[in-house]
Design a protein around this ligand. Structure first.
Ligand SMILES: Cc1cc2nc3c(=O)[nH]c(=O)nc-3n(C[C@H](O)[C@H](O)[C@H](O)COP(=O)(O)OP(=O)(O)OC[C@H]3O[C@@H](n4cnc5c(N)ncnc54)[C@H](O)[C@@H]3O)c2cc1C
Length: 381
């Protein structure tokens, strides 16, 4: 780690008189900074990011613009009340609309190709449970989305996709997909255009709140004092916020080389969402499988997990593209922030500090809204 003190010039030119600092330049941090500027354009807002790019989940996810598949919602309802679950669905939906307004569909290749949930021969019971709830969900989630038929069974599409061992498909019609890279690049561009100053390569090691503001101690050895701070570090919260109910969860992701005539189109959830895949540029992007080695994947460090990687390749071979040749073009990992409750945390942590973390696997949809809420809480305190 590069250790240095700020020079007089750096202190007086680059790091002078910030009104608000946001830690983390993922979707939440950027959306929060933009909302602060929207509320008061005269404020001097800085975003401090440890990576060369946002280095967590926002540039490393699957780009599902999703708000809930049947098994996910039913599972959530076994832990929380139906109203609480629907409240999160509603936020995911509203967040998506905000994202689309902020960025524009064309800028992030937004396409409403639908989200499919796959049920294998062994999952007939789960499928029946979902089937029973479709009319009820269509009524309740239809009221949120305005879509006349959110969920529908589309088993007739199975031959087109060519999956093996999959007996049923339930489609969530208004779900979409985005090009994650374009989404984040556009968000960064908009933030910069609004005069927000984004600094990369700055890791904050410690926060110290006082009546004079917040001292941000950097890993490089110097400290910055800012009147108000919003922390948007999601899965990395433990270092800065040891008490927060956020656990890191690593996800393995692969991308294939382009596959001529690829029939897969849309976002797919397999094995109750433990695995997910989609088409992008004639390739398949596939991720998940964390449940196969939860202990190892409960980490905020990037890196491979061979057990999970071989399971993902096996899934491609046997279920997703059986009999079709493919080559893996590359792998990466991303870090999610999970917790005991599947709901983001937006709260005042100290008099001058608000935190907006624990996005679970929902940040594409809900991230801009969480950033907005965090910013409003910070400014209204
Ligand atoms: C593999 C994968 C697939 C996913 N797929 C989807 C999907 O299809 N759809 C969906 O809705 N969601 C998906 N998600 C979840 C979604 O990406 C996240 O919920 C969302 O990106 C979280 O955004 P964030 O801004 O809160 O966090 P992040 O994007 O993780 O941003 C946090 C930032 O804080 C920075 N940071 C951390 N600590 C410090 C520090 N001490 N000092 C300075 N900077 C710091 C990090 O470098 C990082 O850039 C996926 C996640 C992963 C990992």
């Amino acid at each position: 780690m590069l250790r240095y003190n700020l020079s007089y010039w750096e202190r007086e030119t680059f790091f002078k008189d910030f009104d608000v600092a946001v830690i983390g330049s993922g979707i939440v941090g950027l959306a929060a900074a933009m909302r602060v500027k929207e509320l008061d354009p005269s404020l001097n807002v800085a975003v401090l990011e440890r990576g060369v790019l946002p280095a967590g989940a926002s540039t490393r996810n699957a780009g599902f613009a999703c708000f809930g598949s049947m098994t996910e919602l039913l599972d959530d309802m076994s832990h929380r009340s139906e109203d609480q679950v629907l409240e999160v669905v509603e936020k995911r939906w509203r967040g998506l609309q905000r994202l689309r307004t902020l960025i524009g569909d064309e800028q992030m290749d937004f396409q409403m190709l639908g989200g499919y949930e796959m049920f294998t021969d062994d999952e007939e019971d789960v499928y029946r449970q979902c089937l029973e709830r479709i009319p009820d969900f269509n009524q309740k989630i239809g009221a949120i989305t305005g879509h006349p038929e959110v969920f529908k069974v589309v088993d007739d599409r199975l031959p087109r996709f060519g999956f093996r061992g999959v007996r049923h498909l339930i489609l969530n019609q208004p779900e979409g997909q985005v090009h994650t890279g374009k989404m984040m690049a556009t968000l960064l561009r908009i933030a910069e255009r609004q005069g927000i100053k984004i600094f990369n390569g700055i890791t904050i090691n410690r926060l110290e709140n006082s009546s004079q503001g917040v001292d941000l101690e950097t890993e490089s050895g110097w400290t910055l004092r800012v009147p108000r701070v919003l922390v948007a570090v999601n899965g990395f919260a433990k270092t800065l916020l040891p008490d927060a109910d956020v656990t890191p969860a690593r996800n393995q992701v692969l991308i294939t080389k382009p596959m001529p005539g690829l029939p897969v189109e849309g976002c797919f959830h397999y094995d109750r969402g433990y695995f997910y895949f989609r088409n992008i540029d004639g390739r398949i992007l596939l991720g998940g499988g964390r449940h196969l080695d939860n202990a190892q994947e409960q980490t905020a460090e990037f890196g491979p997990n061979e057990l999970i990687r071989s399971a993902l390749v096996q899934l491609l071979k046997t279920v997703i593209c059986p009999g079709q040749p493919f080559e893996v073009d590359g792998w990466w990992t991303g870090i999610l922030g999970l917790g005991s409750v599947k709901k983001p945390i937006v709260e005042r942590y100290a008099s001058n500090i608000v935190i907006a973390v624990r996005l679970n696997g929902m940040g594409v949809a809900i991230g801009t809204l969480v950033g907005q809420e965090g910013a409003e809480m910070l400014m209204n305190g």
